[in-house]
Structure formats: C-alpha cells, structure tokens
Design a protein around this ligand. Structure first.
Ligand SMILES: CC(C)(COP(=O)(O)OP(=O)(O)OC[C@H]1O[C@@H](n2cnc3c(N)ncnc32)[C@H](O)[C@@H]1OP(=O)(O)O)[C@@H](O)C(=O)NCCC(=O)NCCS
Length: 219
C-alpha cells in the first residue's frame, strides 16, 4: 500500500532506470509531483531509492487512487498490463515545451517530451510516447502504446498502428501507414506502407529479416 497521502498532482512513474528519471524531469516541469517509481523488472529494488525517489511494487496502488505514466522502454502494452490490474489510473505527462494543436486529441497515459509538436486534428492513442523533438503532422492517428523516439518526423495523414516503434530521427512521409507492432529503425525514410509486425530500415526503408524476430534491441 502507498503510505503517503496522495495529492491531485501526484504521479508515479513505472520504471526505475535512467529513462524514468528523464520522464520524472518532464513530469516535474509539467507541474506533477513525482511520488515514487514503480519497479516492474527487479523486485529486489523495491524499497530502495533512486535519485531520492522511493521504489515501490506495482501492487502499491490503493484501489481507485494513484496515477501512473509508463516510463521505461520496450513494450508499453506489456508494461501497462502489469499496472492496470492493481488499480492504477493512467496519467499523461506533457512537457510545457511541447506544442499541441488545439484540435489534437490525447488519450490517457500519453507522454510527450520537450520540443514535440502535434498537428491539427491528430489523435494520440492511450499510452503513446512521443519523445524529445519528435514532430507529428496534422490529421495523423497514432494507435495505443506507440513509441516515437527523439527527433522522428511523422508527416500529416499518417496512420501508425498499435505498439509500433519509430526509431529516433526516422521520417514517415504523408499518407503512409505503419502497421501494428512494426519497427521503423532509427534514421529510416519510410516512403510506403509498412506491414504489421515487420522491421524496416534504411533510406529508403526496406524490410529487414533477421531470422529471430523483429524489434530486437528496441529502446
Ligand atoms: C532497429 C534496431 C532496434 C535494430 O537493432 P539491432 O536488432 O540491435 O540491429 P542489429 O545490430 O542486429 O543490426 C542488423 C543489421 O541491420 C543494420 N541496422 C541496424 N540498425 C539500423 C538502422 N537504424 N538503419 C539501417 N541499418 C541498420 C545493421 O547495420 C546490421 O546490418 P549488417 O547485418 O549488414 O551488419 C535499432 O537499429 C534501432 O533503430 N533502435 C532504436 C534506437 C532509438 O531510437 N533509440 C532512442 C532511445 S531514446
């Protein structure tokens, strides 16, 4: 159980690594008080502190209280599935230096870093992560649990399927789609639709088959 008294602007972050500390920085800039970090990987860390933040177990939520944002790399759906049964509510972290069109819509649990721009009528699905300096054009739709890494440039009228991963600096041109669970490697130039579940890379981006599953090494 969480022993502290939670206020309306208190948030927990799921993750205890360096990325979680980066999201803690964004959350504080956005006016949240970070009440602690939730350990999803190594139970031995529960009870310790990281950068002054208490590390708690996912079962620490009091039913109906405690909100959390996913703040570790990898499969965001998998991470959320380990939090939701314990009664956590999803909270969004939007850095004050992110710019969102007034007609853009964010579903709960989104994390947006500094320098992000989201265009008109674009929808970000639940638990999407859009990292530092990534650009999302107008009338685009990002599905649930999508990751867009730093400096990626998603054009307008793009559809990105649930759990897809866009590596840093990648470009997706207008009207292209990226299928569910696909990986776009860092620095790729996506000129045509990407099939669900595959990994593409290069300029222009082409499908890569490594024989032991796509997406290995995603960060
Ligand atoms: C797609 C990705 C996950 C692949 O990582 P990986 O599985 O470790 O890749 P491998 O080392 O097995 O690479 C296999 C081949 O693909 C090539 N390759 C890997 N990443 C590539 C990329 N981004 N663009 C072009 N080719 C790439 C490698 O050079 C290698 O080619 P080779 O077989 O001819 O030598 C990784 O490149 C990537 O883009 N990660 C995202 C990084 C990121 O956005 N980080 C942000 C953190 S905030």
């Amino acid at each position: 159980m969480i022993s502290c008294v939670l206020g309306a602007r208190d948030i927990f972050l799921a993750g205890t690594g360096s990325f979680a500390l980066e999201i803690a920085d964004w959350a504080q800039a956005a006016g949240w008080r970070v009440a602690g970090l939730i350990e999803l990987v190594d139970p031995a860390r529960v009870g310790s502190t990281v950068d002054g933040l208490l590390v708690v177990d996912p079962s620490a939520a009091i039913a109906g209280e405690g909100c959390v944002a996913v703040a570790l790399g990898g499969d965001r759906r998998e991470h959320w599935s380990r939090l939701e049964p314990h009664g956590w509510s999803p909270a969004s972290v939007v850095h004050p230096l992110a710019h969102l069109s007034g007609s853009a819509r964010l579903e709960p649990g989104c994390v947006l870093g500094p320098g992000v721009a989201v265009g008109a009528h674009t929808v970000l699905g639940p638990h999407t992560l859009v990292s530092r300096g990534a650009l999302i054009g107008h009338h685009s739709v990002l599905g649930a649990y999508v990751t867009v890494n730093p400096g990626a440039n998603i054009a307008g009228n793009v559809v990105i399927g649930e759990r897809a991963f866009i590596g840093m600096g990648a470009i997706v041109v207008n009207n292209a789609s990226v299928g569910e669970g696909a990986t776009v490697a860092a620095g790729s130039l996506v000129l045509k639709d990407v099939t669900a579940g595959v990994r593409v890379q290069g300029v222009p981006a082409r499908e890569y088959r490594d024989g032991d599953g796509n997406g290995a090494g995603r960060a």
